[in-house]
Design a protein around this ligand. Structure first.
Ligand SMILES: [Mn+2]
Length: 282
């Protein structure tokens, strides 16, 4: 695995981001928690959990109600900073399906404005499954051009012919348990990537009856035969599985202070590195 090469300090942008490079490719671990890839003009984010505060409020736990506004402001700053052509969101963008009812009109306008004039791709997570009353349906996300959401705009797969790349995954369609890696899809492109939102359980504790839902095992990971398995749900960063398929949780950038960078090289390699996210002033 190739190690990232930190860039000289002069490349720190306004002390809110850390420049770095991998294989000479310039990248920015942004202080907002997003990762920006200059060469592809792509911004990557995960687990925004919009409307978390109002979700707790419904159940009587009162938190400051500014979390959605703050998260969108941080996302807006990152988008303004980099002007990405593409934004990729890796699940749990909303805390729950009721988020679309609770989100303020101003915040919804901000969210729509952020997505205007750029591509977006996302997957529904266990907090924001694609139900009939999901935040994606109520928010009219399908009407936004160039936005792909597995389970909504695309049932199971998005194909990028120009990159010989396909990305597939099973979206959460309700709050019940399911197997995120069931019925692995056969490869039909040079690059075969799988996305999933669920919990990896190692072999030694697989038979524990107290284990969580949305389970992923070593055998399920191997059966995807994917070039890369992108996982969401854990807040910590970890590689999981038996190693036959590179399978990684990138974790919550706020919690672990890093994001995962995945490079599909012309030589056919898959290179995964963890890059530091600088959240405070140096
Ligand atoms: Mn989750």
């Amino acid at each position: 695995m190739l190690e990232p090469e930190p860039e000289p300090f002069r490349l720190v942008l306004d002390a809110t981001a850390q420049a770095l490079s991998v294989c000479g490719e310039p990248l920015v671990a942004d202080g907002s928690g997003a990762l920006y890839w200059h060469g592809e003009r792509t911004l990557l984010v995960a687990d925004l959990h919009l409307e978390k505060g109002s979700s707790y409020a419904v159940r009587g736990t009162l938190l400051p109600p500014y979390d959605t506004r703050e998260t969108l402001a941080r996302l807006a700053e990152a988008i303004e900073r980099y002007d990405p052509a593409r934004v990729i969101a890796l699940g749990d963008s909303f805390q729950d399906a009721g988020g679309a009812n609770r989100i303020g009109a101003d915040d919804l306008d901000r969210l729509e404005a952020l997505q205007a004039d750029r591509e977006g791709i996302g997957i529904a997570g266990n907090h924001d499954p694609v139900t009939k009353d999901s935040v994606y349906n109520r928010g009219g996300f399908a009407a936004i051009p160039n936005l792909c959401i597995l389970g909504m705009t695309h049932p199971e797969i998005v194909v990028f012919d120009e990159y010989e790349l396909e990305i597939w995954g099973h979206a959460h369609r309700d709050y019940h348990d399911m197997k995120p890696l069931r019925d692995p899809r056969p490869r039909a492109a040079r690059w075969h990537i799988t996305m999933a939102h669920g919990h990896y359980e190692p072999p030694e504790t697989w038979h524990n009856p107290l284990r969580p839902s949305w389970l992923i095992s070593d055998a399920m990971i191997a059966a995807t035969e994917a070039d890369y398995l992108a996982l969401g749900h854990w807040d910590r960063a970890a590689q999981v599985g038996g190693g036959a398929v590179p399978a990684y949780y990138s974790g919550s950038p706020d919690y672990v202070g890093t994001v995962n960078l995945v490079r599909l090289t012309a030589a056919g390699e898959v290179v995964v590195t963890r890059e530091n996210v600088v959240t405070g002033a140096p």
